[in-house]
Design a protein around this ligand. Structure first.
Ligand SMILES: O=P(O)(O)OC[C@@]1(O)O[C@H](CO)[C@@H](O)[C@@H]1O
Length: 314
């Protein structure tokens, strides 16, 4: 079972508009709502891959109730922790040329008791979890060390941890030796405090995160591919993508693919790349099903193109 923890989940509303114009009243041509937050998306993708998952998340207000209902409709088991504040709503504005503007709310402030209740919801399920995926930003009220505490407690209980966060909460958690961390290029650059222009520089940065405590680093480099750096070496994966529709949640789909395929080694990297490539070709934050995957479009290699200049430097 893959347990996900999303301390700041969201309802993701996507509006499609002909063109974004500041200061105007814009009419949407279509809109949709998806259950969101990075760990929630990992659970959606793991469930779509046919594996068991439980999503631990604080839920509050009418938005929290709707999020719980949407997860139930998808058949995803949610361990909701009731909180006083309302679950946030994040807005995406999608234009026909593929440009996507995202507005993320800060979400409710959690009290100490609520933050502890989330940790307790994890503790009671840790034994049946093959992996615990801890994902996304921390809501107000949680100290940057909250993920570090979660990693430490889960390790004491014998679980393996995948962590997808950034900034001070990533830095603090590295000390507790998470089994895999999943930064994107920007987060990787931020973590090492310098820009990344080539694949080789990204490999160096990932090695540095290993030096700081991460056992493995799965880094998504956007259109440039994905990197896995672990104790056996470095691997690089790319996939052919016909047309990008929405990259919201693509990193979450990748992490789900990685964990669903065992969570280590080049075969898991190939699964991560296949899931990420499928996700960017789907609308909004839709998660790929096995029918959407095209493993034949994926190439992985340990012969890393170190000098390749990143299309999206970070
Ligand atoms: O504000 P955070 O926690 O960093 O990110 C939240 C979020 O942007 O991440 C997901 C996509 O990865 C969305 O479902 C959600 O809206």
């Amino acid at each position: 079972m893959i347990l996900t923890v999303t301390p700041n989940p969201s309802l993701d509303r996507t509006y499609e508009i002909p063109a974004l114009e500041r200061g105007a009243v814009l009419r949407a041509t279509a809109d949709r709502v998806d259950p969101g937050g990075k760990g929630v998306n990992v659970s959606r993708a793991v469930a779509a891959a046919g594996q068991r998952t439980v999503a631990v998340l604080p839920l509050g207000g009418p938005e929290g109730a709707l999020l719980a209902r949407l997860l139930e409709e998808l058949g995803i088991e949610a361990a909701g922790v009731p909180v006083a504040g309302s679950t946030r709503v994040n807005i995406s504005v999608a234009e026909p040329d593929g440009t996507l503007t995202k507005l993320n709310a800060s979400g409710p402030e959690l009290s100490d008791a609520e933050a502890e209740a989330v940790l307790e919801a994890v503790r009671t399920r840790v034994e049946s979890a093959d992996w615990i995926a801890c994902c996304g930003s921390l809501p107000r009220g949680l100290a940057p060390e909250w993920y570090a505490e979660l990693v430490a407690r889960a390790h004491r209980a014998g679980a393996r941890i995948a962590l997808d966060t950034s900034g001070p909460s990533l830095t603090a958690a590295l000390r507790e030796r998470p089994d895999v961390v999943k930064p994107n290029a920007e987060e990787l650059a931020q973590a090492v405090g310098r820009p990344l222009a080539t694949v080789g520089e990204a490999v160096k940065a990932a090695e540095e995160l290993r030096g700081l405590g991460a056992r493995a680093v799965l880094a998504s480099l956007g259109a440039d591919g994905q990197l896995l750096v672990d104790e056996t070496g470095a691997y690089f994966g790319t996939a052919r993508v016909a047309a990008v529709r929405s990259n919201v949640g693509a990193g979450d789909a990748s992490l789900a693919g990685f964990l669903a395929a065992g969570g280590s080694g080049p075969a898991a990297l190939a699964s991560a790349v296949a899931h990420g490539a499928a996700a960017v070709q789907l609308p909004g934050s839709a998660m790929p099903t096995p029918a959407d995957l095209d493993p034949s479009a994926v190439v992985t290699t340990s012969d890393i193109p170190l000098d390749r200049v990143l299309k999206e430097p970070a």
